[in-house]
Write a protein that binds this ligand. Structure first.
Ligand SMILES: *Cc1c(COP(=O)(O)O)cnc(C)c1O
Length: 397
């Protein structure tokens, strides 16, 4: 039989990977395997570690199914899974850097990533140098020449609040020239909209908490790696033995089946809502990679195959934090929350002018981030229109 899997489109792949009905009495989905210890058949097997699974912390079929599905989706050599997105980020940082090393981190880093570098890595004797996410090849070359102790280039594209799109293929090429490991936080695009390994990343991290889970009911961190790095991160995990929850892996496999249609729908809705917001007089500009005024838009057009449901808007300068408070407090459908990728719409104010050290962010107004859920779009717009009335100080009675 010829293997035609390479010809399959991604939505077909999503229905096939990470399951084996023949091994599950014909049932489509595998059950959740729970367990601490596994039994060896013979003394000889135990002495020679001959078993499909060695021990609970080394994995079980539930975890293995999700690993194989994610590997198929990312095109990496293998996957390890941690208990949250941030656990995955910190795990990778500690796998790619040791005492005395320097890591390059984009100035738009996810805030907990930045805190981990500034506090934990610093105390481990690992320095962090922040760089402009829009850095050019020449600038990166000169930075790496000046900092020979650099072992890793950390990227996040686009930034999850201000949405600068990074030139990942160029940056990974330069990193390789210097023997520097390239790591991407690919949470926004997911492997469906950005091919991290195909664009040169050694390691790609994704908060499975977001779109993979898709229902705001789990925490998970996915780490895929190329052939050079997979054995190393697999070994690192076997030392840490910090396994993900079995129930969470099961839910992630379930989320995986609908990932394509949910993302396509999120894309369509976010574009519609972003356009609606761009036309509002209260809005100065929209920060969405698919919009021309977003920094790195041309790179997004070149490298990505879609856009997801998270973007930001900048309000006109006359609006104050007090106005934003009135707007957000009265919303009926948009919830205020940090995470995203679920079925519910979310809205959040962020002060992105603070916490930067390599660049400045002065967008000319306050920033509000929006995640589009699955509610009716007209209902969502009405909620925002009412919110804008409160923003402008027109009180309803
Ligand atoms: C949410 C998020 C994480 C962390 O995921 P958790 O599972 O919440 O720890 C990491 N990176 C980005 C870009 C995220 O949005």
């Amino acid at each position: 039989m010829t293997d035609r899997s390479a010809e399959r489109r991604v939505e077909t792949t999503l229905t096939r990977v990470g399951r084996c009905s023949e091994e599950q009495y014909g049932f489509i989905n595998a059950p959740i395997y729970r367990g601490s210890t596994t039994l060896y058949r013979t003394f000889d097997d135990a002495m020679n570690a001959r078993a499909p699974f060695m021990y609970g912390t080394h994995g079980n079929p539930t975890v293995a199914h999700l690993q194989s599905a994610w590997t198929a989706l990312t095109g990496g050599a293998g996957t390890v899974i941690l208990s949250s997105g941030m656990a995955a980020v910190s795990f990778v940082l500690l796998a790619v850097a040791k005492s005395g090393d320097n890591v390059l981190v984009m100035d738009t880093a996810y805030m907990p990533t930045r805190r981990f570098c500034d506090e934990f890595l610093r105390d481990m004797g690992i320095t962090t140098t922040y760089y402009d996410p829009l850095i050019t090849a020449e600038e990166l070359r000169s930075l790496l020449t000046k900092m020979p102790k650099t072992t890793a280039l950390i990227m996040e594209s686009p930034g999850s609040q201000t949405f600068e799109v990074q030139d990942v293929p160029t940056l990974t090429t330069v990193a390789r020239e210097f023997g520097v490991t390239s790591v991407l936080d690919n949470t926004w695009a997911t492997p469906l909209f950005f091919d991290a390994h195909g664009k040169g990343c050694d390691i790609s991290v994704e908060a499975g908490t977001k779109y993979l889970g898709g229902h705001s009911d789990l925490l998970l961190g996915m780490v895929s790696a190329n052939a050079a790095w997979y054995p190393k991160i697999k070994h690192t995990l076997s030392l840490w033995q910090c396994t993900p929850g079995n129930e969470d892996c099961f839910l992630a496999l379930r989320g995986l089946r609908t990932l394509y249609i949910r993302l396509k729908e999120a894309e369509k809705r976010a574009l519609d809502l972003a356009q609606f917001l761009q036309n509002r007089e209260e809005v100065l500009r929209v920060l969405h990679p698919a919009f021309p005024e977003c920094p790195g838009h041309e790179i997004w057009k070149r490298d990505f195959t879609g856009s997801s449901g998270l973007f930001s808007i900048i309000l006109r300068p006359q609006y104050t934090l007090k106005d934003v408070e009135r707007m957000l407090d009265g919303l009926q459908l948009f919830g205020m929350g940090f995470s995203w990728g679920g079925f519910e719409s979310l809205i959040m104010y962020y002060d992105c002018t603070a916490n930067r050290t390599a660049t400045t962010f002065a967008p000319g107004g306050l920033l509000i981030r929006i995640q589009v859920g699955l509610e009716n779009l007209e209902d969502l717009k009405r909620d925002l229109v009412d919110g804008f009335k409160r923003l402008r100080g027109e009180h309803q009675h």
